[in-house]
Structure formats: structure tokens, C-alpha cells
Ligand binder design. Structure first.
Ligand code: PMP
Length: 402
């Protein structure tokens, strides 16, 4: 077949996919000469490789007929039960039947987008928002409308006004996509009062909340309230809750989950059957065994203290080099802080080539804002570099900006 004919075979939705602005940095993130604040990856130092090796060996020896076989589309039954216990401990009313295991929570985002969205449907997204979520919604040719955040997360007044505006324009508002806990990319925590308000607005304006919570367990500050929005929607009438083991165990174990009301979960299951029949059973068996042996609790404690130290080092470096010139999130968990320069005329995208030359890299803020704003911001992760390199990297960035 000759080249020029091919485009006529593509679906309209396939032309709606947008490349991730972050993937463009992938080759720089792993260059040892460059101090990277750009990646969103968990640190390999937190991966419990020894524990996984031991559990995997046992699983392969003792449960090969399960671990190496196809499994149920909704997931390994015992692991669905363990996940429902995890979700219940977070305050969500659910049973094993309310849980579907996905191939990472990214697949859950894709499946939820598939069952909810028709072309032109509106999804409200945070300003800034997680780019992987945006990709899933763009892939359904949805229209994304940004809702402002401040230091306490989503601004309820703006949420109400954007929902009303969508309605006035005669468009179909389907969902709000939000990451209330230590958001990627802002690191912000949605305040408890705002969670209640956001849920009330979803009821009033009749839209669903896609609550994505991969970072809630990475809490450094015990006083941080991470209770999911879903916990206050006991019948799960308005909230679809997503979680993941990627940040507490390892993202190579592609294990995420959806907790939702039965009618939604049934549709998601049908979509998943078409996508991959079932998630990797070896991965599920490993995670299942880790839960069964109660190894997760200590692992989470180790991961928390690792990132807590890293976060403190980055915040100190920012205080030293950026005080009086920028504001940044006072992170209480997760992997990121978000820095906004006081000088609104600076576009951080334009700084990237000089930053790379100086041996440092970050993600420019504009990548995360669907309304084209955020040019004077940048996302900084503290997951990648040891403390001394973070100090040096932040000092280099500060020199570039002055
Ligand atoms: N949601 C958010 C907010 C994320 O940051 C990520 C990973 N960067 C994901 C979902 C996807 O994670 P996974 O598929 O590994 O569970």
C-alpha cells in the first residue's frame, strides 16, 4: 500500500490523540550529565526488589496455574478483596465486587474515558492537570475545560461557574477529573472543606467525578487529610475512584484499580475485555501475595520517609535560591512541587535549551494547562536526584533566571 492512501483509514478519534509534552524530555531525564527535576517516575531506590523476587518465586512455584494463566477480566478475586479492604480503610464503602483491577491506573483512565465520553463531551480538568489524564480524554475527542486551583486545590466558585457555562453553551458535561491528594503536577492537597463542596457541586450540576488517587499514601505530614471524595458518596453515585500500586510498590507491576458503582463497573469491564482480556496475572499474583503477607504497610512507611527527606531537601534548596522570586507548593506528600515565578513575563519553555546547556531540566508549566496559561511555572520532582544534586540543580536554575 502506498503512503498517501493511509490517512483515509484512520478514525477521527485517532487524530485527536496529542503527544505528551513530557515524553519529549525522556532522553534528557536519564542523561547522567543532566540534573533532572523533569521525570514523574518513582525512585528505583524505593522499589522492594528483594521482596518482589521472593514473592514472585513462591508464586511461580506454588500458583503457576493462576499466575501464568489468563484470569478474570475484573481481576484476581482475592486481590479485588484486598483492594476493597484498602479502599474501605480510606473510608470508601465497597466490596470486592465494586473493584476492577486495571493494567495500571492509566488503563483505568482510558477505560473510563471510553465508557463515558462521546466526541464533544466536556470534561472539566484542573489547571494544571495530569497530562496522562488529558491524553485519555483527548483520545475520545472530548472537549477539556480548565478549572482554576489555588493553594487549597480546585476553586469551587470557578468549578460552579465553568459547569454553568458549559450548560449555557448547550454542551454535555460528563465529568470532573481531579487528583485531590498531592496532585500531579502541582503537589497540592484539596482541602477537606473543598472536597465536600466539589461533591455537592457534582450533585447539583449532575456530573461525575473521576477521582484519581495514586499519591494519597505518599503522605509525609500526618495531619494532611487525604480522605477521598468517594468516601462521602456512599453509593458511589457521582464518584469513580482510581488507585494504583505504582507509587508504593513499583510501576513495572502494572497494577491499578477502579472502584465504582455496579452499572459503571460493568461497562468498564466490557471495555477492558476488548482491550486486554485481563491484566497481567503474574503482576496481580505478586501484589496479591504482598497484601496477603501484610508487607505493604512497612513498604509504604519506607517510601514515605524516603520522599519526605527528598522533599525537604528540595524545599530548602528552593528557599535558598528562589526566595522572593517565586512561589512553590509546600508539599506534604507525593512526588512534586510546582514553582511559579513572580515575573509573569518569563516563559519557562524558552528557558529549556539554556537549562539543558547548564545541565539541568524541568517540565515547563504550560504542558499542564489546557487553557494555554502557566507559562511562568515549572514542575519539579524530588524523586530523581540525591540531595546534593538537587541543591546544585536549583542553584543552576536560579542563575539562569536572574
Ligand atoms: N494518575 C496520575 C495522577 C499519575 O501521576 C500516574 C502516573 N504518573 C497515573 C495515573 C498512572 O499510573 P499507573 O498507570 O502506573 O498506575
Amino acid at each position: 500500500m502506498s503512503g498517501p492512501l493511509i490517512p483515509e483509514f484512520f478514525s477521527a478519534d485517532s487524530s485527536s490523540f496529542r503527544p505528551s509534552a513530557i515524553r519529549a524530555f525522556a532522553h534528557l531525564i536519564n542523561d547522567p550529565r543532566i540534573i533532572s527535576f523533569a521525570g514523574g517516575l518513582p525512585s528505583p531506590a524505593t522499589f522492594p526488589a528483594g521482596m518482589i523476587a521472593e514473592v514472585a518465586a513462591d508464586v511461580l512455584r506454588e500458583r503457576k496455574e493462576v499466575a501464568l494463566q489468563y484470569g478474570p477480566t475484573a481481576g484476581l478475586p482475592r486481590l479485588r478483596g484486598a483492594i476493597s479492604s484498602i479502599a474501605s480503610a480510606r473510608g470508601i464503602r465497597c466490596t470486592a465486587e465494586s473493584v476492577l483491577i486495571s493494567t495500571g491506573s492509566q488503563q483505568a483512565l482510558h477505560l473510563v474515558a471510553t465508557v463515558l465520553l462521546d466526541p464533544g463531551d466536556v470534561v472539566l480538568v484542573e489547571l494544571p492537570a495530569y497530562v496522562g489524564g488529558l491524553s485519555a480524554f483527548y483520545g475520545r475527542s472530548a472537549q477539556l475545560v480548565g478549572v482554576r486551583q489555588d493553594e487549597d486545590g480546585i476553586d469551587p466558585a470557578d468549578l460552579r461557574s465553568k459547569a454553568a457555562q458549559v450548560r449555557r453553551e448547550g454542551k454535555r458535561l460528563k465529568a470532573l477529573y481531579t487528583i485531590p491528594n498531592f496532585q500531579n503536577p502541582s503537589g497540592r492537597l484539596l482541602s477537606a472543606a473543598r472536597r465536600a463542596e466539589v461533591l455537592a457541586i457534582a450533585w447539583e450540576e449532575r456530573f461525575l467525578i473521576i477521582e484519581d488517587d495514586p499519591y494519597g499514601e505518599l503522605r509525609f505530614d500526618e495531619s494532611a487529610v487525604t480522605r477521598p471524595i468517594a468516601a462521602d458518596d456512599p453509593e458511589l453515585e457521582h464518584v469513580i475512584y482510581l488507585g494504583s500500586f505504582s507509587k508504593v510498590l513499583a510501576p513495572g507491576l502494572r497494577c491499578g484499580f477502579v472502584v465504582a458503582a455496579a452499572p459503571i463497573l460493568q461497562r468498564v469491564q466490557l471495555a477492558k475485555e476488548a482491550a486486554d482480556l485481563c491484566s497481567g496475572m503474574l503482576d496481580q499474583c505478586i501484589v496479591d501475595e504482598i497484601c496477603e503477607r501484610d508487607l505493604l504497610r512497612d513498604q509504604i512507611a519506607r517510601v514515605r520517609s524516603f520522599y519526605e527527606e527528598r522533599a525537604a531537601a528540595l524545599l530548602t534548596a528552593l528557599e535558598t535560591s528562589f526566595a522572593g522570586r517565586a512561589k512553590w507548593t509546600d508539599v506534604r506528600g507525593g512526588l512534586f512541587t510546582f514553582l511559579t515565578l513572580d515575573d509573569e513575563s518569563i516563559d519557562t519553555r524558552a528557558l529549556v535549551p539554556r537549562a539543558v546547556e547548564a545541565g539541568v531540566i524541568f517540565v515547563p508549566g504550560s504542558a499542564f494547562f489546557v487553557d494555554g496559561s502557566g507559562a511562568n511555572a515549572m514542575r519539579l520532582t524530588f524523586a530523581k536526584e540525591p540531595d546534593d544534586r538537587m541543591r546544585e540543580g536549583i542553584a543552576r536554575l536560579a542563575r539562569l533566571i536572574s
